[in-house]
Design a protein around this ligand. Sequence first.
Ligand code: 5GP
Length: 210
Amino acid sequence: MANEVEHFHVTYNDIHNLIRKCTPKIGAEFNPDLLVAIGGGGFFPARVMRTFLRGSTENKTLQIQAIGLSLYEPVEGATEEQIGQEVIRTQWLGADAGKMLVGKRVLIVDEVDDTRKTLHYALSELKKDVEAELLTRPESERDTLRAATKFGIFVVHNKKKPKLAELPKDTPYYAGEDVDDVWLDYPWESTNIEEHDKLAALDHSKKTVS
Ligand code: 5GP
């Protein structure tokens, strides 16, 4: 088919190794004390990152919290413009979200930055939770607490393509690898991991991803 999207199969080891390479820099520069994984793709990367962060920072207990986001699934008859315009929450932090975040260095973790809409939504909504929490604190403490609350972003893969949303320039952004605009097949989506790994070996030999 002429318009078929090119696929690239990524293995668990690829992801593990990208995270291993990236984590020392993240530990040294951002040094998160809370990971917020965007489900489902951010779960495995966040768990692996915790292993390497624990190795690089002494005795640090690092919690992983989860949020679930999904790009709007178009109903039949949706226009091109409606497709992918909206991010939907499928899971969020509890009622004490703001309390959990305020004063922390929070690293948002996902598997892939495609249009950037999901990351933009996650970051701006988590910041809203922080602001709501700050309203419950004495006014004299708010600026200090706001300044102490930092957000950073880690994705395993960043697709090199025009993005549909922008992230604030002061938000540290880390990507395991910049890749071409191909469809990435992740191992946790596969029901036959041996077959997936065979396809990955084939893709790697063709070097589709830079
Ligand atoms: P964005 O909001 O950046 O456009 O998309 C983010 C979400 O779309 C990702 O968290 C992921 O669930 C899905 N997605 C985007 N590109 C890919 C891809 O190449 N492979 C897979 N498996 N999911 C993707």
